[in-house]
Design a binder for this molecule. Structure first.
Ligand code: SAM
Length: 264
């Protein structure tokens, strides 16, 4: 650094949490412990409240290699669950922060209402089209997800344009992890890295309160961002921890908080 040059270093208060760490515990209990305004971007794929069987052998997968232990939310509790975490998401985001939330079509109305209720401004309704869906006989095959891109302040948010003409339908292939242990709902890295590139800057803090296999954490760190993640399922938490270690992210990982609270 030259004399007189100033370097902008974000000093942020992450409360009881270490940055670049995933915690095992219930997001509804842990989110309120994050200080207000401390997170730059939330990218999350919460449970969808569908009759989800993580071990089923669709998508040409071998069931025994798909991890069990996925935690679902009961359909009649989904509205309340969504409102509660979104209210906290709004509180923890910085004034220029953004939220990307994934949703299946069947619970979309709760997600859209939750965003409005929490005070978010929805900027885009993106469609993620993937390459296959579950075979059907009497209905169309679902081969897309919804991604809602929402901000706190529609006049001031990070948007690093990566393409000249960034359309709102993204065709991105799901990943096959051939021969490896896997989780049933893992997002493709390409999808997550696109979101992180558009809506955050190096050094920013990216939060995923429903981290699953840890994709958001892995990609955020790879791209020079900090991360924080929560996962209630012991199996998924252990899987994500192992994945982070395999990716060479050895530091700062702990399970103390959630475990100390006796979660799952
Ligand atoms: C759709 S998956 C996330 C998948 C993730 N994006 C990935 O790429 O692997 C949702 C995750 O949320 C977890 N979960 C469900 N309820 C939770 C809660 N109350 N707090 C924290 N995690 C929760 C589930 O166990 C599951 O692993």
């Amino acid at each position: 650094m030259q004399d007189g040059e100033t370097r902008s270093v974000k000093v942020r208060d992450t409360g009881p949490f270490f940055p670049d760490t995933i915690y095992r515990g219930d997001a509804l209990a842990l989110l309120p412990e994050i200080p207000a305004g401390s997170v730059d971007l939330i990218v999350t794929d919460p449970p969808f409240a569908i009759d989800f069987r993580a071990k089923r052998t669709n998508y040409n997968r071998t069931g025994s290699r798909v991890l069990d232990g996925y935690c679902e939310v009961a359909p009649d509790e989904y509205g309340d669950f969504t409102n509660r975490w979104m209210e906290e998401a709004f509180r923890v985001l910085s004034p220029t922060g953004s939220l990307y939330v994934f949703s299946g079509w069947n619970r979309l109305k709760e997600v859209l209402c939750g965003l409005d209720r929490a005070g978010f401004h929805t900027i885009n309704h993106l469609i993620w089209k993937f390459q296959f869906g579950v075979f059907t006989r009497r209905r169309y095959v679902t081969s897309h997800y919804h991604i809602l891109f929402a901000v706190k302040d529609p006049l001031r948010y990070t948007f690093n344009k990566q393409d000249h003409y960034p359309e709102d339908v993204w065709f991105i292939r799901r990943e096959y992890w051939k021969g490896k242990k896997k989780t049933a709902t893992k997002l493709p890295r390409e999808l997550v890295s696109r979101i992180i590139a558009y809506s955050s800057n190096p050094g920013d803090l990216v939060l995923d309160p429903f981290i699953g296999s840890g994709t958001v954490a892995v990609v955020a760190r790879e791209m020079g961002r900090h991360f924080l993640g929560f996962e209630v399922s012991g199996e998924y938490y252990a899987f994500a921890l192992e994945r982070l270690r395999e990716e060479g992210m050895h530091t700062g990982l702990t399970s103390e908080r959630g475990d100390a609270e006796g979660e799952n």
